[in-house]
Design a protein around this ligand. Structure first.
Ligand code: ADP
Length: 356
């Protein structure tokens, strides 16, 4: 089996040096059983700009070939403290609960109120309707709303012991697993939770949620960019980021900063694209009319200018708003909403499977 895996790795080349991963000595270790395959890659320079791309490619190829196995591909840091780092990475892989998650997608926005949480919950429902196992981690300490979106505000998470460690059991609604910072704090506390407290609570959610196996984990990030974002990003191995914006917010500095944050060489997370929310309004009595209340074409122009894709446009739909209030994402109750989110979710799936 290891030989087969090496053969697969030999089909992937480093875009800069042209060498394949095996001959170039980029394969640090392979451990493989029928259930679990772990491949460690090591590049010559620290923070190799192609590391994430290559890692994603290897992951996709192995998943294609070994559909039943849990695949983990990670990149080992090059530094003088290798032994210590190895210990840390091993420890992280032993204990992180996201090692059984195929794809982790961060949903971000420049500002609050643009519909980031609504988009997250509807995308999760769309992905679940495709047959994927989906989880949502609500890390928006400033306005955690996923528990409300899924109607599980009263859920009080229990703990289980697995291999002598405590894990938190997420809520589950229609096959979607949900854990939110709101389940650990009172709503009125939220604003006081910035900084250290929020950080340590989030670390617990990230490392101690019993997700089981997931195909997609969506992270509802706090709006904006800041220390809290960097700490979440560094704790999780994120495969791609989606930026939500309204048409008039799209080109403003906050959104630009959002894209830059993920693209920063120290972070290096692929930006899958932008979702334009509240793109237009169509009244029921004038079904052929589109009113661009917040301006037209902003997201498209912006996406083109920074070289990211426009993943989808979601109009203003009353059911979407009602879905947030009733605790059932409108994707499951409204066929128009379903149509828009189906297209957008499919684009995200395609992008993640084709190496971004
Ligand atoms: P954020 O997470 O960015 O702060 P929310 O997801 O909480 O924003 O959305 C803010 C408000 O806008 C909510 O009341 C939500 O119901 C509403 N909303 C979001 N997207 C739409 C849409 N496409 N059509 C109608 N209402 C929407």
């Amino acid at each position: 089996m290891e030989r087969d895996i090496r053969a697969i790795l030999a089909t992937v080349s480093h875009p800069e040096t042209g060498e394949n991963l095996v001959d170039g000595g980029f394969v640090d270790s392979i451990s493989a059983t029928e259930e679990k395959i772990t491949v460690a890659l090591r590049f010559r320079k620290s923070r190799d700009p192609f590391a994430i791309k290559i890692k994603n490619r290897v992951e996709a190829l192995l998943k294609e070939r070994y559909t039943e196995a849990v695949i983990t591909v990670f990149v080992k840091e090059v530094d003088n403290n290798a032994a210590k780092k190895k210990e840390q990475i091993d420890d992280m892989h032993r204990h992180t609960t996201t090692s059984n998650v195929s794809k982790v997608v961060a949903v971000a926005s420049g500002k609050g109120g643009v519909g980031k949480s609504t988009v997250t919950s509807n995308l999760a429902t769309a992905l679940s309707s495709f047959g994927y196992k989906v989880g949502v981690l609500d890390a928006d300490i400033y306005g955690p709303s996923q528990a409300k979106m899924f109607g599980v505000e009263d859920y009080l998470p229990d703990a289980v012991q697995i291999d002598g460690r405590d894990y938190i059991i997420p809520a589950e609604v229609e096959n979607i697993k949900i854990i939110s910072i709101a389940m650990f704090i009172r709503p009125t506390d939220a604003l006081l939770w910035r900084g250290t407290m929020a950080n340590s609570a989030l670390r617990q959610l990230i490392h101690q949620t019993a997700w089981g196996e997931l195909d997609y984990l969506l992270i509802d990030l706090p709006p904006g960019t800041g220390d809290i974002h960097l700490s979440i990003i560094s704790e999780l191995s994120i495969d791609g980021a989606v930026i939500v914006s309204t048409p008039q917010q799209v080109a403003v500095a906050d959104v630009v900063r959002g894209v830059e944050m993920f693209r920063n060489p120290n972070v290096s997370i692929p930006v899958l694209g932008v979702i334009e929310n509240m793109a237009w309004f169509t009244p029921k009595e004038l079904p052929n009319n589109k009113y661009y209340i917040f301006g037209e074409g902003g997201a498209k122009r912006y996406a083109e200018s920074v070289g990211v894709d426009l993943l989808g446009q979601i109009p203003i739909i009353q059911s979407i708003m009602e879905g947030c209030d009733s605790g059932k994402p409108a994707f499951s109750t409204d066929s128009e909403t379903e149509k828009y989110y189906r297209q957008t979710a499919q684009k995200i799936v395609d992008k993640l499977s084709t190496n971004c």
